[in-house]
Design a protein around this ligand. Sequence first.
Ligand SMILES: [Mn+2]
Length: 327
Amino acid sequence: MTNGQRNSEFHDILRLIGSAKHVLLCTHLAPDGDALGSMLALASLVTRLGKQTTMVCHDPVPGYLLFLPEQDKIRLPAQIGDEPFDLAISVDASDAERLGDSYALFSKCPVTIQMDHHQTNTRFAQHNLVLEQLPASGSVVFRLFEAAELSLTKQEAIYLYTAISTDTGNFCFSSISDETFEQVAAMMRADLPLIDTARQLHLMREREQVLMLGRALNSLQFYLDGRLSGMTITRQDYLDCGATEEHTDKIVNHGLYIPGVQMCYLANETEDGIKFSLRSIAPYQVSDIAFRFGGGGHAQAAGCTIRAPLHEAVNMVRQAMESELSP
Ligand SMILES: [Mn+2]
């Protein structure tokens, strides 16, 4: 794609925003840093273009993202009245279902746009700007700022850094390009408080989360001469730590941080059954194993739920992983 073509798509979107009065912005359910950072940045851009904006999300803002300025303006679908929106923009949602209850509000608008970067995007809007080569929706939104010739405010820099840092594993994934760092350079020029934002995003954990990590690490076991590791979280751990499922996010990754480990699992005893998070280092894959047990995911990060007693479920998954590692 040439630069001219690339810009024309963004100018089409700017033209549609230009002829709107009140813009509805939405993102996917169970929102992460890319979802909320991108939506907040986009709302700021649309506001600077002189439009009224309303942000909506199916789920509330998770605790670890409450540091984002003005996140309290994001409403739940039930809190939206009969306001007449003339344009809706979805960001970071790969399909209509991912919008949850926000989709009914989105699809009611006379003009709909979506901006996204997922390969699996279903093109569910009237205007679909899907740039699969970009590492985050925040990078797509950044290009809209460029097309609008608006330089970033400090607050917008915080939003877009949060978005891009989230989806690149804090700048560790192969989806990164030189453009990613050029975008971050523009954020630095806008006075991005890098240290504070990175600490909020990547180091700070809620107390329950750290306590649950302790429980999980305490259960760590090794198999196959240390090539496979496994951790278990029980109902009792939840009760003792006063934790909920969101407090077990990312714990599984610790199983792979040990030299020699090529695959790991976290077995999580929830009310819906034993939830497994599976991870591996390429070329080993865990997606097939997850799929076999009714789950799915990516090649090196997948999950599944098994309705069986904890011990039985763990044995099933461990055996599957062992035979994947030494067929
Ligand atoms: Mn994303």
